[in-house]
Design a protein around this ligand. Structure first.
Ligand SMILES: [Zn+2]
Ligand SMILES: [Zn+2]
Length: 420
């Protein structure tokens, strides 16, 4: 017994360091590629009009680091299994040649895709979703940092695959290493937020059987489709692929082709894109005198997701911001969306429309405005800085410690002018 514990404890630090490093290197690499090539073309391949919300990346990173820790707790059991002979992780090629290594790796990826598809679909069942999978879907507009952003029970489900597979199939150490690398790379690519695959990955093309960023991004956006991890096979076989996938991928990788009007869930995005194009196009027509009016007024968040009214706070000093309108004000069943993530359970029955999300905004010595912003998507409150960058544009920055998220809000007056 002591010996097993010794094997486990001596393997664990290496497994933990490797799982954590794999995530950090993979996500950093993807974030760097996005930053480097954003202006050179990736900006045109952005998949959703909205931006990640304030505090989202910080939440994704913390949850992912926790997942890497859980992966290592289960991963170190593999070392014990190897030591005891329950499983086989071999080195060298005396038992099996390089061909076996390649075939076993391919088998492992196909098996993982199958395991992932069915576990993922099960976690979308309404009785399991809250406990297992809601954390991952807090990222409606995912970033590469969301790769391992799972609740603890979901992390355990994913961590169980490697030990279970090794009970059946002996693997070369290099095969396992390659599996880990492919897994994180495909994962950060799926969460990139802008399409990073070439046109050759389009449906019907020679690499079209693979998933793409568009494929998994639609899952985050629409929720109901595209459960697969690496390949489209299971979604195609089970009829769960998003009906707009092929058209959206094609439109996004072929510059100059208009995004087709999607059906169903995708419709809101098309209208949001149309609204933001409309508003953006009218920036030049805005009356410059409006700048003198300060921040008070109605402002639209990215993708016309919400309209927030800034007005003097009642009772306290400064400006407060209240949600006056939401694109998704009600769910599919017509029930109003509630402040369901609030840490204070007694406040969770509040409807989001009418909720005060910005409070105590006062002019700071540095030129902008400072106050607090409440993010209903994660139930947390952040330090907020607001700057008016143009007559009809506000830059809102929400920070926790030194990690900040910025988004631009537009005055609704540009929209009303357009609709006249
Ligand atoms: Zn999901
Ligand atoms: Zn995801």
């Amino acid at each position: 017994m002591n010996e097993l514990l010794h094997v486990y404890l001596s393997a664990w630090p290496t497994v933990w360091a490797m799982d954590t490093a794999r995530y950090l290197v993979g996500a950093t690499l993807m974030a760097a590629i996005l930053a480097l090539f954003w202006r050179a073309g990736l900006a045109r391949r952005k998949l959703q009009p909205r931006d990640p919300i304030p505090g989202q990346r910080r939440r994704e990173i913390l949850a992912s680091l926790r997942t890497a820790f859980i992966f290592s707790l289960l991963g170190a059991i593999v070392a014990v299994g190897d030591h005891q002979g329950w499983i086989t992780i071999y080195k060298g090629f005396s038992h099996a040649g390089p061909l076996y290594l390649v075939l076993s790796l391919a088998l492992m990826l196909v098996a993982h895709d199958t395991y992932f598809y069915w576990a993922h679909r099960a976690m979308h069942h309404r009785r399991l979703f809250g406990l297992f999978h809601r954390t991952h879907h807090l990222s409606r507009t995912p970033t590469p940092w969301a790769a391992y952003s799972f609740a603890v029970p979901e992390a355990v489900v994913h961590a169980a695959f490697v030990p279970l597979f090794l009970l059946v199939v002996p693997m070369h150490g290099l095969g396992l290493l390659a599996f880990g690398i492919v897994q994180i790379l495909r994962n950060v690519m799926g969460h990139a937020g802008a399409e990073v695959h070439s046109a050759a990955f389009g449906p019907g093309r020679w690499l079209g059987w693979n998933n793409t960023t568009t494929h998994h991004d639609l899952h985050h956006e629409a929720g109901r489709y595209n459960y697969g991890l690496y390949f489209r096979w299971w979604d195609l076989a089970m009829g769960t692929e998003h009906p707009d996938y092929g058209a959206k991928f094609k439109a996004i990788v072929s510059p100059g082709v208009a995004v087709p009007a999607p059906v169903g869930a995708g419709n809101a995005i098309a209208r949001a894109i149309a609204a933001s194009v409309l508003v953006g196009g009218l920036l030049l027509a805005v009356d410059p005198a409006q700048a003198d009016e300060g921040l008070a007024g109605r402002w639209m968040t990215p993708g016309a997701a919400a309209i927030v009214e800034l007005a003097p706070c009642s009772g306290t000093s400064g400006l407060c911001g209240t949600i006056r309108w939401l694109w998704d004000a009600v769910d599919e069943k017509g029930r109003p969306r509630l402040d369901a993530q609030n840490a204070d359970t007694s406040l969770r029955a509040r409807p989001l429309v009418g909720l005060s999300i910005l409070s105590g905004l006062t002019q700071s010595s540095k030129g902008g405005w400072e106050g607090r912003i409440y993010n209903p998507e994660d139930g947390q409150t952040y330090r907020a800085t607001v700057r008016q960058t143009a007559a009809d544009t506000l830059a809102i920055e929400g920070c926790v410690l030194f990690i900040c998220q910025k988004q631009m809000w537009r005055s609704t007056s540009a929209l009303t002018t357009a609709l006249r």
